[in-house]
Write a protein that binds this ligand. Structure first.
Ligand code: TMP
Length: 221
Protein backbone atom coordinates (compact mmCIF):
# COMPACT_ATOMS: atom_id res chain seq x y z
CA UNK A 1 0.00 0.00 0.00
CA UNK A 2 1.35 3.44 -0.85
CA UNK A 3 1.80 5.98 1.89
CA UNK A 4 -0.88 8.61 2.41
CA UNK A 5 -0.55 12.30 1.66
CA UNK A 6 0.30 14.60 4.57
CA UNK A 7 -1.22 18.09 4.21
CA UNK A 8 -0.90 20.85 6.80
CA UNK A 9 -2.63 24.22 7.07
CA UNK A 10 -0.87 27.19 8.58
CA UNK A 11 -1.56 30.82 9.31
CA UNK A 12 -2.03 33.42 11.98
CA UNK A 13 -4.90 33.30 14.45
CA UNK A 14 -8.00 34.47 12.58
CA UNK A 15 -6.58 33.70 9.11
CA UNK A 16 -9.59 31.52 8.27
CA UNK A 17 -7.50 28.34 8.41
CA UNK A 18 -10.05 26.25 10.32
CA UNK A 19 -12.90 27.20 7.94
CA UNK A 20 -10.72 26.30 4.97
CA UNK A 21 -9.69 23.00 6.50
CA UNK A 22 -13.34 22.02 6.94
CA UNK A 23 -14.14 22.97 3.34
CA UNK A 24 -11.14 21.05 2.06
CA UNK A 25 -12.18 17.94 4.03
CA UNK A 26 -15.68 18.15 2.50
CA UNK A 27 -14.18 18.60 -0.99
CA UNK A 28 -12.07 15.47 -0.45
CA UNK A 29 -14.96 13.43 0.89
CA UNK A 30 -16.96 14.26 -2.25
CA UNK A 31 -14.12 12.73 -4.24
CA UNK A 32 -14.06 9.53 -2.19
CA UNK A 33 -11.07 10.48 -0.03
CA UNK A 34 -11.75 10.10 3.69
CA UNK A 35 -9.11 12.33 5.29
CA UNK A 36 -7.96 11.98 8.88
CA UNK A 37 -8.45 15.52 10.22
CA UNK A 38 -6.46 16.58 13.24
CA UNK A 39 -4.99 19.67 14.83
CA UNK A 40 -2.06 20.86 16.93
CA UNK A 41 -1.86 21.36 19.77
CA UNK A 42 -4.44 18.66 20.51
CA UNK A 43 -5.83 15.79 18.48
CA UNK A 44 -5.07 13.08 21.06
CA UNK A 45 -6.33 12.81 24.64
CA UNK A 46 -2.85 13.61 25.98
CA UNK A 47 -2.56 16.41 23.40
CA UNK A 48 -5.87 17.92 24.46
CA UNK A 49 -4.53 18.16 28.01
CA UNK A 50 -1.32 19.76 26.76
CA UNK A 51 -3.45 22.15 24.66
CA UNK A 52 -5.46 23.20 27.70
CA UNK A 53 -2.24 23.88 29.61
CA UNK A 54 -0.74 25.87 26.72
CA UNK A 55 -3.72 28.02 25.81
CA UNK A 56 -5.22 28.77 29.21
CA UNK A 57 -4.57 32.38 30.16
CA UNK A 58 -3.76 31.14 33.68
CA UNK A 59 -0.53 29.70 32.21
CA UNK A 60 0.84 33.25 32.21
CA UNK A 61 4.58 33.33 32.67
CA UNK A 62 5.23 30.14 30.69
CA UNK A 63 8.87 30.42 29.58
CA UNK A 64 9.32 30.35 25.77
CA UNK A 65 11.40 27.16 26.06
CA UNK A 66 8.67 25.47 28.10
CA UNK A 67 6.11 26.55 25.54
CA UNK A 68 8.20 25.15 22.69
CA UNK A 69 8.90 21.88 24.53
CA UNK A 70 5.19 21.40 25.20
CA UNK A 71 4.37 22.01 21.52
CA UNK A 72 6.83 19.28 20.58
CA UNK A 73 5.57 16.95 23.34
CA UNK A 74 2.09 17.34 21.86
CA UNK A 75 3.44 16.75 18.35
CA UNK A 76 5.39 13.64 19.32
CA UNK A 77 2.20 12.12 20.72
CA UNK A 78 0.15 13.10 17.66
CA UNK A 79 2.73 11.59 15.30
CA UNK A 80 2.84 8.31 17.26
CA UNK A 81 -0.87 8.00 17.85
CA UNK A 82 -2.56 9.57 14.81
CA UNK A 83 -0.38 10.86 11.97
CA UNK A 84 2.13 8.08 11.35
CA UNK A 85 -0.39 5.18 11.61
CA UNK A 86 -2.75 7.01 9.22
CA UNK A 87 -0.04 7.76 6.64
CA UNK A 88 1.31 4.20 6.89
CA UNK A 89 -2.23 2.97 6.26
CA UNK A 90 -2.43 5.02 3.05
CA UNK A 91 -4.77 7.67 4.46
CA UNK A 92 -4.62 11.38 3.68
CA UNK A 93 -3.94 13.43 6.82
CA UNK A 94 -5.15 17.05 7.12
CA UNK A 95 -3.48 18.72 10.05
CA UNK A 96 -4.39 22.18 11.37
CA UNK A 97 -0.86 23.47 12.23
CA UNK A 98 2.43 21.58 12.49
CA UNK A 99 6.10 22.53 13.02
CA UNK A 100 5.82 25.69 10.88
CA UNK A 101 3.61 27.07 13.67
CA UNK A 102 6.37 26.41 16.20
CA UNK A 103 8.90 28.08 13.93
CA UNK A 104 6.62 31.09 13.38
CA UNK A 105 5.26 31.50 16.94
CA UNK A 106 8.11 30.30 19.15
CA UNK A 107 10.98 30.81 16.67
CA UNK A 108 9.66 34.17 15.41
CA UNK A 109 7.07 35.44 17.90
CA UNK A 110 9.02 34.42 21.01
CA UNK A 111 12.35 35.08 19.24
CA UNK A 112 13.83 31.63 19.93
CA UNK A 113 15.04 31.51 16.33
CA UNK A 114 14.49 28.98 13.55
CA UNK A 115 17.59 26.91 14.12
CA UNK A 116 16.55 25.67 17.55
CA UNK A 117 13.04 24.81 16.39
CA UNK A 118 14.28 22.96 13.31
CA UNK A 119 16.80 21.02 15.41
CA UNK A 120 14.05 20.01 17.84
CA UNK A 121 11.92 18.98 14.86
CA UNK A 122 14.71 16.77 13.55
CA UNK A 123 15.26 15.13 16.94
CA UNK A 124 11.62 14.65 17.89
CA UNK A 125 9.75 14.29 14.61
CA UNK A 126 12.47 12.47 12.67
CA UNK A 127 12.21 13.10 8.96
CA UNK A 128 8.47 13.70 8.97
CA UNK A 129 7.60 16.61 6.69
CA UNK A 130 4.26 17.50 5.16
CA UNK A 131 3.93 16.74 1.44
CA UNK A 132 2.09 20.04 1.14
CA UNK A 133 1.65 22.99 3.46
CA UNK A 134 -1.00 25.59 2.67
CA UNK A 135 -0.10 28.86 4.32
CA UNK A 136 -2.88 31.44 4.58
CA UNK A 137 -1.26 34.81 4.70
CA UNK A 138 -3.55 37.82 4.40
CA UNK A 139 -1.73 41.18 4.42
CA UNK A 140 -0.11 42.13 7.72
CA UNK A 141 -2.68 44.88 8.41
CA UNK A 142 -5.57 42.55 7.78
CA UNK A 143 -3.95 39.80 9.88
CA UNK A 144 -3.44 42.13 12.83
CA UNK A 145 -6.98 43.42 12.54
CA UNK A 146 -8.38 39.89 12.57
CA UNK A 147 -6.21 38.83 15.51
CA UNK A 148 -7.48 41.89 17.41
CA UNK A 149 -11.09 41.11 16.53
CA UNK A 150 -10.54 37.62 17.91
CA UNK A 151 -9.20 39.15 21.11
CA UNK A 152 -12.47 40.95 21.65
CA UNK A 153 -14.57 37.90 20.84
CA UNK A 154 -12.50 35.67 23.10
CA UNK A 155 -13.01 38.09 25.99
CA UNK A 156 -16.76 37.50 25.79
CA UNK A 157 -16.69 33.73 25.19
CA UNK A 158 -17.81 30.96 27.59
CA UNK A 159 -16.20 27.51 27.59
CA UNK A 160 -12.53 26.56 27.93
CA UNK A 161 -10.18 29.50 28.24
CA UNK A 162 -7.98 29.42 25.09
CA UNK A 163 -7.06 33.08 25.07
CA UNK A 164 -3.40 33.10 26.11
CA UNK A 165 -2.05 33.64 22.57
CA UNK A 166 -4.88 35.97 21.58
CA UNK A 167 -3.74 38.33 24.32
CA UNK A 168 -0.41 38.91 22.59
CA UNK A 169 0.39 42.33 21.16
CA UNK A 170 0.74 43.46 17.53
CA UNK A 171 4.55 43.25 17.70
CA UNK A 172 4.35 39.55 18.52
CA UNK A 173 1.98 38.85 15.59
CA UNK A 174 4.17 40.92 13.27
CA UNK A 175 7.15 38.67 14.08
CA UNK A 176 4.98 35.55 13.54
CA UNK A 177 3.79 36.91 10.18
CA UNK A 178 7.32 37.73 9.08
CA UNK A 179 8.60 34.29 10.03
CA UNK A 180 5.80 32.64 8.06
CA UNK A 181 6.82 34.66 5.00
CA UNK A 182 10.43 33.60 5.51
CA UNK A 183 9.36 29.93 5.65
CA UNK A 184 7.33 30.34 2.43
CA UNK A 185 10.31 31.88 0.64
CA UNK A 186 12.64 29.14 1.87
CA UNK A 187 10.49 26.02 1.32
CA UNK A 188 9.00 26.82 -2.06
CA UNK A 189 8.50 23.15 -2.99
CA UNK A 190 6.47 22.25 0.08
CA UNK A 191 4.72 25.52 0.98
CA UNK A 192 1.98 27.08 -1.12
CA UNK A 193 1.28 30.54 0.25
CA UNK A 194 -2.16 31.98 -0.39
CA UNK A 195 -1.38 35.65 0.04
CA UNK A 196 -3.56 38.72 -0.07
CA UNK A 197 -7.05 39.54 1.08
CA UNK A 198 -9.15 37.09 -0.91
CA UNK A 199 -12.71 35.86 -0.41
CA UNK A 200 -13.34 32.52 1.32
CA UNK A 201 -14.33 31.01 -2.06
CA UNK A 202 -11.20 32.28 -3.82
CA UNK A 203 -8.94 30.93 -1.08
CA UNK A 204 -10.74 27.57 -1.28
CA UNK A 205 -10.18 27.48 -5.06
CA UNK A 206 -6.45 28.06 -4.64
CA UNK A 207 -6.19 25.39 -1.96
CA UNK A 208 -8.07 22.87 -4.08
CA UNK A 209 -5.76 23.57 -7.01
CA UNK A 210 -2.64 22.95 -4.91
CA UNK A 211 -4.07 19.82 -3.29
CA UNK A 212 -5.27 18.37 -6.63
CA UNK A 213 -1.78 18.76 -8.03
CA UNK A 214 -0.24 16.88 -5.10
CA UNK A 215 -2.87 14.14 -5.27
CA UNK A 216 -2.05 13.57 -8.94
CA UNK A 217 1.67 13.46 -8.11
CA UNK A 218 1.02 11.02 -5.24
CA UNK A 219 -0.98 8.68 -7.49
CA UNK A 220 1.75 8.63 -10.10
CA UNK A 221 4.44 7.73 -7.51
P1 TMP B 1 -5.36 27.28 16.98
O1 TMP B 1 -6.18 28.37 17.59
O2 TMP B 1 -5.10 27.45 15.54
O3 TMP B 1 -5.85 25.93 17.35
O4 TMP B 1 -3.87 27.40 17.62
C1 TMP B 1 -3.65 27.54 18.96
C2 TMP B 1 -2.59 28.54 19.26
O5 TMP B 1 -1.35 27.87 19.50
C3 TMP B 1 -2.34 29.58 18.20
O6 TMP B 1 -2.32 30.86 18.80
C4 TMP B 1 -0.96 29.26 17.68
C5 TMP B 1 -0.31 28.55 18.85
N1 TMP B 1 0.73 27.57 18.47
C6 TMP B 1 2.05 27.88 18.75
O7 TMP B 1 2.36 28.93 19.30
N2 TMP B 1 3.03 26.96 18.41
C7 TMP B 1 2.73 25.76 17.82
O8 TMP B 1 3.64 24.97 17.54
C8 TMP B 1 1.35 25.47 17.55
C9 TMP B 1 1.00 24.15 16.91
C10 TMP B 1 0.39 26.40 17.89
Amino acid sequence: MSRGLFVTLEGLDGSGKTTQLKRLAIWMEKRGIEPVVTRQPGGTSTGDRIRALLLDSRSAGLAPMTEMALMFADRAQAIAEVIEPALAGGKTVLCDRFTDSTEAYQGGGRALGSQLVLEMHRLICGGLQPDLTVLLLPSLDRSLERARRRNDRVAEKDGPDESRFEREQDAFYRRVWEKYREIARRDTERVVAVEGDLSIDDVHEQIVEAVSERLVMAHSR
